[in-house]
Write a protein that binds this ligand. Structure first.
Ligand SMILES: *Cc1c(COP(=O)(O)O)cnc(C)c1O
Length: 363
């Protein structure tokens, strides 16, 4: 049975967010990389779970280094952290642009420099403030190409306190590219003896010590999502997505359900219509395949997921189901990993896609 009952007063979907599980995952990651500093990635509203409550929880665990993607996120985080740890380091992955330099300075953000051009922009105006340098070791996304590294190292006025790179294939720990990137990064990091080195997000953090360097920077694992192509039992679920039944109906063989009539009943069918849709972040790609747990049993989505509604096929349920009962889509019996698979997406996309209408409830 789900932990929620129909007495929970709500008309729409919500996500229970277990901050104790964030703390447990933090401890697990930390224990797995005892010689590295444990930083936290809180970009994209802490993966959809709420920047302020998550960052406060992490600061309370003595996390002192945070990563976001955009400087605006960093400025918001600075305000959140100010009363807790005014000296927390906030790194911004996407680095500075001429038009964001002022924000970096006013919010005391540390940029991650991703090119010679960005390094020049920063060096000209930073006044000795520290920066990180992201060196691309094979992902070919963001980060300075190897051909620019010498020129960046030779710039005067730069104070590089962290060199980092990013693994392209950490979803599969056995992928040979992990080893290649690790060796290449170790060699380049030696050129920056005064900077700390960081290679690993969640995947590398849960791999062996060669990948840990001086600092690990996990995101998804803190929030209970496996960074791998398989579920990760070392992590505790953090987010539980729930929504109430708004209507029960019975249809006859031959009748159809929802837009495009993509589900057709072949036998007498009982449906529970639930207040959750793609507008709340339940992807349309889960149509016909995603499942929920309701009244002690599993039910599959019947037909197309709509903006605000999902139909569950509850024909085979042993227990009676009534309006107001709560369906749980992930986080308990159905792991975030399983839910993401059934929607042909990732844990990252499911969490960051949770809509603004989904009430965040902190436990
Ligand atoms: C998002 C991000 C991370 C965190 O990744 P997870 O897989 O969520 O742990 C770390 N490093 C970089 C460069 C990122 O963009």
């Amino acid at each position: 049975m789900s932990g929620a009952s129909s007495s929970d007063k709500t008309s729409g979907p919500w996500v229970d967010i277990n901050l104790g599980a964030v703390a447990a995952n933090y401890a697990t990651l930390r224990a797995g990389a005892p010689n590295a500093e444990m930083a936290a990635v809180v970009k994209c509203n802490a993966y959809g779970l709420g920047l302020a409550p998550i960052a406060k929880t992490l600061a309370g665990l003595n996390c002192k280094t945070f990563f976001v993607a955009y400087p605006e996120e960093g400025a918001e985080l600075r305000d959140v952290l100010k009363p807790l740890n005014a000296d927390a380091a906030i790194y911004v992955f996407n680095g500075p642009l001429p038009q964001t330099m002022a924000l970096f300075q006013s919010a005391k953000l540390t940029p991650v420099l991703n090119s010679l051009e960005q390094a020049k922009t920063w060096a000209a105006q930073c006044d000795g403030a520290p920066a990180a340098l992201h060196i691309d070791t094979g992902m070919n996304r963001l980060g300075a190409p190897l051909s620019e590294v010498d020129a960046i190292a030779a710039l005067s006025g730069l104070n590089i306190n962290l060199v980092m790179s990013h693994l392209a294939c950490a979803t599969d720990p056995a992928h040979p590219k992990n080893d290649e990137q690790c060796k290449l990064f170790a060699a380049i990091a030696k050129d920056f003896p005064h900077a700390r080195a960081s290679l690993s997000a969640s995947g590398g953090a849960l791999m062996d010590a060669r990948f840990h360097f001086d600092l690990i920077r996990p995101g998804i694992a803190l929030y209970g999502g496996s960074p791998f192509d398989v579920d990760e039992p070392r992590l505790k679920p953090v987010a539980v997505l729930r929504a109430p039944v708004v209507q029960i109906r019975n249809i006859a063989p031959g009748e159809t359900v929802g837009y495009n009539a993509s589900f057709k009943a072949t036998a007498p069918t009982r449906l529970a219509t639930v207040a959750l849709g793609y507008g709340d972040g339940m992807p349309t790609s889960g149509s016909g395949s995603a499942q929920a747990v309701i009244a002690g049993g599993r039910a599959r989505v019947a037909g197309r997921i709509s903006m605000d509604l999902i139909s569950l096929d509850v024909t085979d349920h042993k227990n009676p189901i009534k309006t107001g009962d709560i369906a749980t889509f992930f986080g308990e019996e159905i792991s975030l990993f399983e839910a993401a698979k059934s929607c042909n997406t990732s844990a990252y996309e499911l969490l960051t896609g949770l809509g603004g209408r989904v009430d965040r409830r902190y436990l």
